[in-house]
Design a protein around this ligand. Structure first.
Ligand code: SF4
Ligand code: SF4
Length: 85
């Protein structure tokens, strides 16, 4: 269970302090080497128990940048990229 930040991330920093599990690192610390922010899939809870929706996605100004597929939180406006027809 984890959200994923996609390559439309503009490194704006809006999500970083919103994460209750401190799962987000900035582009300098992204272990994949990509110049985008990164969510640690080992610690991200998709905010279950903390927020109705992933707090990072709520804070993100880039539509569709943060995606996820957890059935308990999917259906939100930010996850259309992972929803199959
Ligand atoms: S979904 Fe919640 S726990 Fe996961 S990275 Fe975003 S803010 Fe953090
Ligand atoms: S809020 Fe969105 S665009 Fe800004 S750093 Fe986080 S994932 Fe990237």
């Amino acid at each position: 269970m984890a959200v994923r930040i996609t390559d439309t991330c503009i490194s704006c920093d809006a999500c970083l302090d919103e994460c209750p599990t401190e799962s987000i690192v900035d582009n300098d610390d992204n272990p994949t080497g990509e110049d985008i922010y990164y969510v640690n899939p080992e610690t991200c809870t998709e905010c279950v128990g903390d927020n109705d929706e992933p707090a990072c996605a709520e804070a993100c100004p880039t539509e569709g940048c943060i995606v996820w597929d957890n059935p308990t939180t999917s259906g939100a406006v930010h996850n259309e990229a992972v929803v199959e027809e």
